[in-house]
Design a protein around this ligand. Structure first.
Ligand code: PEP
Ligand code: MG
Length: 582
């Protein structure tokens, strides 16, 4: 049995035989062409470019229909790459001046561009090189007449494992047959990862080398909740995961029934279960599952996959889509959380090219307060959309009181501008903050006097409390949600919220994990915001709990000193709640 950890980009569990997608080898027959064939070869290249343009347009429509317009935009970005006169010009020049065969010229130029992106040392740009390699595959397939079809032609249930999957390959996965995928490369914000979420199949990326000993056909478990792949599991592990899979199936079957379930504990405490979304169309996944609204709309994803910055109207259109789907239910729009691992190329100006974009750098609200035109555009858009539903504004990564005051001051300036322009907006729009930096948790009582609500971002709170980079595979085992220090900070924030009478939500990944719900509810939490896929099982777990039991679990947990003890205790309690314990 081999266990490897990766970056979990889509939750759930899958078990099945592995299908190894090898690195695609295009055999380029001739490197050079005779001089008198150059015009014919250039014409062949142009035909291939046109054909790929048509393919990409088709991909764009298919992805937009299957997953939503934002996903289609990934392929329109590929079309823009293809239309780049420099790129095509360089390929043509190599054919014209050096008699390169089109295939050879395509590979040479695209690989050079891809290497340039990889060499800049920015994870986000490195991920974009994958888009270029996707384009190379399309062009070579057209030129060599060998359409790949390998992924799309899978007809039996399988777990796809590969060194890399391109966005096109990911979009072509048929989830009736492909139950999960795992790649050696890739990052959290790559287009491949984003599409995995939309496909709603478990997926891990960035696992590092694990394919060497794999021939295909081995039983593989993919745990998209914990971020692990288990190859050739032993009997005990397999049995445990089969149970989890059965549970997942049961929940999937009961999903429709759960849509109407009002989440409350067995003794009648109403717990609000909201959804986290990245793209407007994902709101439908929340509504289908009967969410109490959107608790976290990560608007920075508006910037992903675009070559130009979204306009104020683009923001408004996205917000209106979400608000309309939610009706009278709340929609919490988080202002841009760009930076660190989420840096769009539209914002990578020359002055930032040498920055590392670390998790401790100029990211999130810090970036918004420095680039206020960007920030104000978004605030105007949120305010304009605010008249159409129950909209709330949330500022991310607040670490000092000065920062929240400054953010609120900018908001006030924007409100005054709108007032002057005679534009309608909701004056008493609730303004909240993410508590995801230990300094904010420590000063929660003071912050509670300044904002209307708290939302605890455990993903970052854990990273900053334990000094463990959340995107770093090598330290992934040190990233423990259940660490006593993290739980103490969470308790502190819940207490401060209660004392000041403001709502507190946990919107980090931790609240999507049913094992932590008893302790969170036991600490007094009344709202969670979770990934849409997790909504049914979160509702299910809440319904099995009662307040005295949750409080007893929380009391016990707060006496434990080590994260692993806390996790095993909570796993045991969850098994009891589910009636699975002997
Ligand atoms: C968090 O940090 O917990 C959070 C919800 O924000 P993000 O994952 O977008 O950083
Ligand atoms: Mg965060």
């Amino acid at each position: 049995m081999l266990i490897k950890r990766g970056i979990a980009v889509s939750p759930g569990v899958a078990i099945g035989p592995s299908v190894v997608l090898g690195a695609e080898v295009f055999k380029i027959p001739d490197q050079f062409v005779p001089v008198d064939a150059i015009e014919t070869e250039l014409a062949r290249l142009r035909r291939a470019i046109d054909a790929v343009g048509v393919d990409l347009e088709e991909n764009e429509h298919v992805a937009a229909d299957r997953f939503g317009t934002q996903y289609g935009a990934i392929f329109s970005a590929h079309r823009q790459l293809l239309a780049d006169p420099n790129l095509v010009g360089e390929i043509e020049t190599l054919i014209r001046t050096k008699s390169y065969a089109p295939e050879h010229a395509v590979r040479k130029v695209i690989r050079r561009y891809a290497e340039l992106l990889q060499g800049i040392g920015k994870p986000l740009l490195a991920e974009r090189s994958n888009d270029l390699l996707d384009l190379e595959k399309h062009l070579l397939s057209r030129l060599l007449g060998e359409p790949r079809g390998e992924v799309a032609s899978l007809v039996a249930p399988a777990i796809v494992v590969a060194h890399n999957l391109t966005p096109s390959e990911t979009a072509s996965l048929d989830r009736r047959h492909v139950h999960a995928f795992v790649t050696e490369t890739g990052g959290r914000t790559s287009h491949t990862s984003i599409l995995a979420g939309a496909l709603e199949i478990p997926a891990l990326v960035g696992v590092g080398r694990f394919l060497d000993g794999l021939g295909g056909g081995e039983t593989v478990i993919v745990d998209g909740d914990q971020g692990v792949i288990i190859i050739a599991p032993d009997d005990g592990t397999l049995a445990r995961y089969r149970e989890r899979l059965a549970e997942q199936h049961t929940l999937a079957v009961r999903r429709e029934a759960f849509a109407d379930v009002v989440p409350q504990t067995a003794d009648g405490e109403r717990i609000r279960v909201l959804g986290n979304i990245e793209f407007p169309d994902e709101v439908d996944h929340c509504v289908e599952r009967g969410a109490d609204g959107v608790g976290l709309y990560r608007t920075e994803f508006l910037y992903l996959g675009r070559e130009v910055e979204p306009t104020e109207d683009d923001h408004v259109a996205a917000y209106r889509r979400v608000i309309a789907a939610c009706g009278s239910k709340p929609v919490t729009i988080r202002t841009l959380d760009l930076g660190a691992d989420k840096m769009p190329h539209t914002l990578l100006g020359a002055e930032q090219a040498d920055e590392t974009h670390s998790a401790l750098g100029l990211r999130s609200i810090r970036l918004s307060l420095v680039d206020q035109s960007l920030f104000k555009t978004q605030l105007r858009a949120i305010l304009r959309a605010s008249v159409e539903g129950d909209v709330r504004i949330m500022f991310p990564l607040i670490s000092t009181l000065a920062e929240i005051r400054q953010a609120k001051f900018v908001l006030k300036e924007v409100q005054e501008d709108l007032e002057e322009d005679g534009v309608a907006f909701r004056r008493d729009i609730p303004v909240g903050m993410m508590v995801e930096v230990p300094s904010a948790a420590l000063l929660a009582e003071e912050f509670a006097q300044v904002v209307d609500f708290f939302s605890i971002g455990t993903n970052d709170l854990i990273q900053y409390t334990l000094a463990v980079d959340r995107a770093e595979t090598l330290v992934a085992p040190l990233y423990n949600s259940g660490d006593p220090s993290v739980l103490r900070l969470i308790r502190r924030v819940i207490r401060a919220g209660r004392k000041a009478g403001i709502p507190v939500t946990v919107c980090g990944q931790m609240s999507s994990d049913p094992k932590y719900l008893p302790v969170l509810i036991g600490l007094g939490l009344k709202q969670v915001s979770v990934t849409p896929q997790a909504i049914p099982q979160v509702k299910d777990t809440i319904g099995r709990l009662d307040r005295p039991t949750a409080a007893a679990i929380a009391r016990h947990v707060m006496q434990l000193e080590v994260a692993s003890d806390i996790d095993s205790y909570l796993m045991g309690r969850l098994a009891v709640l589910r009636g699975e314990a002997e």
